[in-house]
Design a protein around this ligand. Structure first.
Ligand SMILES: Cc1ncc(COP(=O)(O)O)c(C=O)c1O
Length: 420
């Protein structure tokens, strides 16, 4: 469906709900738009005032297969009719095991793999760290600038950006060491600890919240070599890059090196809360029984949805579609860059593209980025921004977006980017 805006944005019903929200919902949980949603379908969000938007946020990257995909809905409904949550710790069920089997085969690791499931991206990273500590007997963690790994105490400590993610929430977990995100080379000169104390190095192949910055192929190889040399577990945090977004099911297969562990979440289950750690079996098995788990981890309804997501990825060739989408965005942005000196560039992989906005002094321009964002919203395109300086427009649209919707959304985006 094409975007169709009928009211001022936000519309009257959204404004009414915003007032109720202010009175009842904790301030700390922000929302980037004041638009309340009534329905979602494919690439569209339809608000409570009947406005139709094209969704470039995709639930912050959870909706790669699109909203309300009929096959996911059918899988969810079928499972709900059987049972909702016996809890894998109490009474296991086949869906969990089948999903572990399929993901273990699909991740680009040639050794035998095993998996465990949790609820959120943060929990998957947290558990990857626990598993790495258990396997190596070490307690330091290596992370990078611009990293975002979540909001729990551990993952917040691993995250880079201070405001809003860490402000006022210290002290942080010790033994976390940070290097520059390796856009070109891995800069090990700044490492101030003995590499033999590092349990794991956690890297996003494309820094997501940090501004859609791809790591270089060379740096990823250097990191692999460094990990090999010092027996460090290499963890690829593919919470945002996974499930077709970058042009392959997992971004790491484009880097020519195998990590030891993957952390997965967001688009894994078509919008239901599920996350996974998938990695080399000997590492995954190093934790004692009961050492990992959780009440809701690997919920069967979410597992059923996740299995159908994997089928859809393959049948609808969504990783390939991500490449086409990325090319179209690049063509549009490169076509208007000459007349928009505030666009300093576009970067990313596949359909994970970030458009960088700067001011006259070539400094990040968060305010201009917000104006672009607002124009797009008022004209039917819901987007979110990214970047340590908040000056990157990012694309996380459903990969199922139809050609006519993509064309219209690119027209809105192109007009928005021209806003001075
Ligand atoms: C790379 C990465 N890791 C971890 C997380 C945390 O995921 P969640 O918000 O599901 O806890 C995110 C969320 O944006 C992410 O992008």
């Amino acid at each position: 469906m094409k975007a169709n805006i009928k009211t001022a944005i936000p519309g009257p019903r959204s404004i009414e709900l915003s007032k109720k929200r202010s009175a009842t919902v904790a301030n700390g949980h922000g929302s980037v738009s004041g638009v309340f949603i009534d329905k979602a379908d494919g690439s569209n969000l339809i608000d409570v005032d009947g406005n139709v938007f094209i969704d470039y946020a995709g639930g912050i990257g959870t909706m790669n297969i699109g909203h309300s995909h009929p096959r996911v809905l059918a899988a969810i409904k079928e499972q709900v009719d059987k049972y909702i949550h016996p809890c894998f710790t109490v009474a296991p069920y086949e869906l969990y095991v089948t999903l572990a089997e399929r993901l273990s085969e699909l991740v680009p690791i040639s050794a035998d793999c095993k998996a465990a499931f949790f609820n959120s991206g943060a929990e998957s990273v947290e558990n990857a760290v626990k598993i790495s500590k258990s396997f190596t007997g070490r307690n330091s963690i290596l992370v990078f600038s611009h990293a975002f790994h979540g909001r729990t105490q551990m993952t917040m400590s691993m995250t880079y950006k201070e405001d809003p993610y860490k402000k006022g929430f210290g002290p942080f977990i010790p033994n976390i060491h940070r290097l520059e995100f390796p856009e070109i080379d891995l800069d090990l000169d700044r490492l101030e600890i003995d590499p033999k104390s590092i349990a794991c190095a956690v890297i996003e192949p494309v820094a997501g919240e940090g501004g859609f910055i791809p790591a270089s192929l060379k740096a990823m190889m250097q990191l692999r070599e460094f990990c090999n040399e010092h027996d460090i577990i290499m963890v690829a945090d593919e919470v945002q890059t996974g499930f077709g977004r970058t042009g392959s099911l997992f971004a790491m297969s484009q880097f020519g090196v195998e990590p030891d562990i993957f952390t997965l979440a967001k688009s894994i289950a078509g919008g239901l809360p599920l996350s996974g750690v998938v990695g080399r079996a000997e590492i995954m098995d190093s934790v004692h029984v009961g050492g990992i788990g959780g009440t809701f981890g690997g919920n069967p309804v979410a597992c059923a949805a996740a299995l159908s997501v994997l089928d859809i990825m393959e049948d609808e060739k969504l990783p390939q579609r991500a490449i086409q989408i990325g090319e179209k965005i690049n063509t549009m942005v490169k076509g208007i860059m000459n007349s928009c000196p505030w666009i300093s560039g576009i970067r990313g992989l596949g359909a994970m593209q970030g458009i960088v906005i700067i001011d006259k002094d070539h400094e990040p321009d968060k305010e201009h980025t917000s104006r672009i964002h607002q124009y797009a919203l008022e004209n039917g395109l819901i987007m979110i921004t990214a970047g340590t300086d908040g000056n990157v427009i990012r694309t996380l649209m459903p990969l199922t977006i139809r050609d006519n919707e993509l064309d219209q959304s690119l027209e809105i985006l192109s007009n928005a980017l021209r806003v001075p």
